[in-house]
Design a protein. Structure first.
Length: 767
């Protein structure tokens, strides 16, 4: 620095300033004094920078030239020297933030202004902190000279502000959703209120802002009195609590219970907060009670006889209250649909019965009952029919039990029966048979008969367990085993059931995996025409039958896995797979062998009752190229009768497409000719159980002849299932049966064997 410049600089004054130089001192001495003062000033400024509470940096060409220790600390550096020369980009968390400051700051700096903003900057370890950033050019006329930037760490402040905003938002939500009215007043005018308060007075919250409280009072005097009555305790820092009559927007009176508190008791001009609850109805009720009480007192004073009547009335009221309490207790312990004890009450009753049985050294039985295929009743006939079925079942069960026995409904179609003092297994067995017999007669649902059965599991104290939870669990396990073994029966608990249930779970897992992998196959049983003669006929169709070869186990009977698939809700998916595979096979026989056979496919109730089932069938036929008249959908008789109108609608849609409809297992259901004539059916299939003994049992023979005659009278074809002997075929031919299928001709076989079977000389398929 030249001596001339030093001469024109003003040095700091005060204790740290260098001594004044006499004007008569030599010029060199004056320069030495000025240089010493300048160094002292620089040292003082460096001390200030090093101890400043904010970060300060000198930046040129967006590179940090120098900074103080606070700046280095804020960015995670140990020494300001480490930052010197760094590109200021490293202080920013992203290129976007870096570009933002460059875009917005420098236009202001060029005008000689100070740029200020709040943003997140980055530390050396990558963590972020909120910073109040200020910048200014050293010389606006010479931007290249650089700029000074001041950073103030406001991370804690920003987080506190965010928490404050969150708290204010939460308080706003509480205010807006409070069930009581809340209003903020300042100088007896509304500054804001919640919706509950606005609704209470018949306004919108927006309309109430700025509204004077005078509008809520009937009279000026009331408004003036409120000032003295309510605001006096507020000014003392106390809360005001009381009741107030005000008016709504429509002029009607409103009684409010009010609680208020001043924001600042020393300065009521800052306002107050009021919480209001509409007690108009309560006041009216209190007034009415007071009026009645006064009338009662007058009547007591005037007429002793009326006092007696009033006392009698009070006694009746107490009795009614006690009855109501008893009803409430009954509701809490009983099923609302059937009136039976519920799960909670059954647990209590079972605990009592176990204590009594231990004291008396007697046995008791727990029966877990589940209605068979109840879900299909709900799905097909509706929940109202399901509820009616449950009520009838409850009545029948109660009708055959002893007074000491208990039946409870614990949920859905599940019932638990508690049978104390069971002296012998024979007694218990007779009770179980009575229960099954009680369910056997058909009941009427929506004007038609419906049969119901149940599966029951039985556990006995003390043989099978010593506590309620164990007995219930084991009875439940036994019930599942009863379902596994054919339903409509009962099963006593034994240790082998644990193994059986594990096997059931393994079967379900394997079946679920088979469905995912389409690991099924179809076999086909030919259907033969009987019109040609007793010794010869044409193969006119086949029935597709599902087969499953379970890995590691071998073939599993459909009678075993199909009910499990129904319980698991997989039957629709399996049924759709069967339909598509069968149609593809029928089309393949036609294409590759010139063999046109009608393909019969069984349809489950869940498939038929789907609103889109007809559309599914149409799509399968279109995809496979099979003509609709070459598809025969077999529906069981009992399935049709579950919901007649829905079944009629579904079958009419299929019939309109040209699909053939057959009733499978005819004779095992409970249909009538009146219902049967409503269905667009082409074929009746006589169940194999009626065919097997027609040579020896006149009753079965008569039944088969009757079905054949009835079918022909309705213009239907009749097909007999399960024909195994030539004598059975001969009799069916004599009675006019149209077709048969069974082991006499062929067992179900893989698709590859059908062309050869159909081309046997005596059973050549029709072209």
């Amino acid at each position: 620095m030249s001596a001339g410049i030093l001469r024109h600089m003003t040095l700091p004054s005060g204790p740290s300033a260098p001594p004044e130089v006499p004007p008569e001192a030599p010029l060199a001495a004056q320069d030495d004094f000025l240089h010493a003062g300048l160094l002292q000033a620089l040292r003082e400024q460096q001390v200030i920078l090093d101890n400043a509470g904010v970060g300060i940096a000198f930046v040129r060409d967006r590179k940090v030239q120098r900074c103080n220790r606070r700046y280095a600390d804020m960015h995670g550096y140990d020494d300001p020297v480490q930052i010197a020369g760094l590109d200021s980009r490293v202080m920013y968390p992203s290129d976007e933030a870096y570009a933002f400051v460059g875009t917005h700051a420098y236009p202001e700096l060029m005008q000689g202004q100070t740029f200020r903003t709040r943003l997140q900057l980055s530390r050396r370890d990558g963590s972020l902190f909120w910073c109040q950033l200020s910048g200014r050019l050293i010389d606006p006329a010479d931007p290249a000279a650089g700029s000074i930037w001041i950073e103030d760490d406001v991370d804690a402040l920003t987080q506190a502000e965010e928490r404050l905003r969150s708290t204010l938002h939460e308080q706003s939500l509480i205010l807006n959703h409070a069930m009581v009215g809340i209003v903020f007043l300042q100088n007896r005018h509304v500054t804001r209120c919640n919706r509950a308060f606005a609704d209470m007075l018949g306004y919108t919250p927006e309309a109430m802002v700025g509204m004077p409280t005078r509008r809520w009072y009937l009279h000026e005097a009331d408004w003036a009195n409120a000032l003295a009555t309510m605001y006096a305790p507020l000014s003392r820092g106390e809360a005001y609590s009381g009741q107030l009559e005000i008016v709504r927007s429509d002029g009607s009176a409103l009684w409010c219970e009010v609680q208020a508190k001043a924001v600042a008791p020393a300065d009521l001009s800052q306002g107050s907060i009021w919480i209001c609850m509409d007690i108009t109805a309560r006041r009216q009720a209190e007034a009415e009670i007071a009026r009645l009480h006064a009338e009662l007192e007058q009547r007591v004073a005037d007429r002793t006889e009326e006092l007696r009547l009033t006392v009698d009335s009070l006694h009746r009221e107490v009795s009614e209250r006690q009855a109501a309490e008893q009803r409430a207790l009954h509701v809490s312990l009983h099923d609302s649909l059937t009136g039976l004890p519920n799960r909670a009450f059954m647990d209590e009753l079972l605990a009592r019965a176990l204590r009594q049985a231990r004291r008396d050294s007697t046995c008791l039985a727990v029966v877990f009952m589940d209605l068979d295929r109840f879900k299909s009743v709900n799905d097909v006939m509706g929940h109202d029919s399901g509820d009616e079925l449950l009520r009838v079942v409850a009545e029948r069960l109660c009708g055959v039990l002893r007074d000491t026995d208990t039946v409870a409904r614990i949920g859905g179609d599940e019932f638990v029966l508690l049978l104390p003092q069971v002296e012998a297994d024979s007694t218990l067995e007779r009770t179980l048979h009575r229960l099954q017999d009680a369910l056997r007669p058909p009941l009427m649902l929506k004007g038609r008969p419906m049969r119901v059965s149940a599966s029951m599991g039985v556990s006995v104290f003390p043989r099978d367990g010593d506590d309620a939870a164990t007995l219930l669990r084991q009875a439940d396990m036994a019930m599942y085993m009863a379902k596994e073994r054919g339903r409509a029966g009962h099963q006593y608990f034994d240790r082998s059931i644990d193994v059986a249930l594990r096997e059931r779970n393994e079967l379900e897992d394997a079946l679920r995996a088979a469905v995912e992998r389409d690991a099924f196959e179809l076999h086909y049983q030919p259907q033969v025409d009987l019109h040609v003669g007793t010794d010869a006929g044409a193969v006119v169709g086949v029935e597709a039958l599902l087969r499953w070869n379970r890995p590691g186990v071998g073939p599993v009977s459909p009678a075993v896995f199909v009910p499990v698939a129904e319980d698991m809700g997989l039957i629709e998916r399996i049924g759709h797979w069967v339909l598509r595979q069968a149609c593809e096979q029928a089309a393949r026989w036609q294409r590759d062998h010139g063999l046109r056979l009608r393909m019969a496919v069984n349809v489950s109730v869940r498939q038929l009752m789907r609103a889109d089932f007809a559309a599914q069938v149409r799509q399968v036929l279109a995809d496979t190229g099979l003509a609709a008249q070459d598809l025969d959908l077999e529906i069981t008789e009992s399935l049709l009768m579950t919901d007649v109108q829905r079944a009629v609608d579904a079958l009419q849609a299929l019939h309109a497409m040209g699909v053939h409809i057959s009733i499978d297992d005819f004779g095992t259901g409970h249909s009538s000719l009146a219902y049967l004539s409503r269905f667009p059916i082409g074929t009746l299939k006589i169940d194999r159980s009626f065919v097997q003994a027609i040579e020896q049992q006149p009753r079965d023979a008569t039944l088969c002849r009757t079905i054949i005659a009835m079918g022909h009278s309705l213009g239907l074809q009749v097909l007999a299932e399960g024909v195994e002997t030539a004598e059975q075929r001969e009799l069916l031919h004599q009675w006019g049966c149209d077709q048969f299928q069974g082991y006499l001709f062929s067992r179900p076989v893989p698709a590859g064997q059908i062309p050869d079977l159909a081309r046997q000389p005596q059973y050549a398929a029709r072209p």
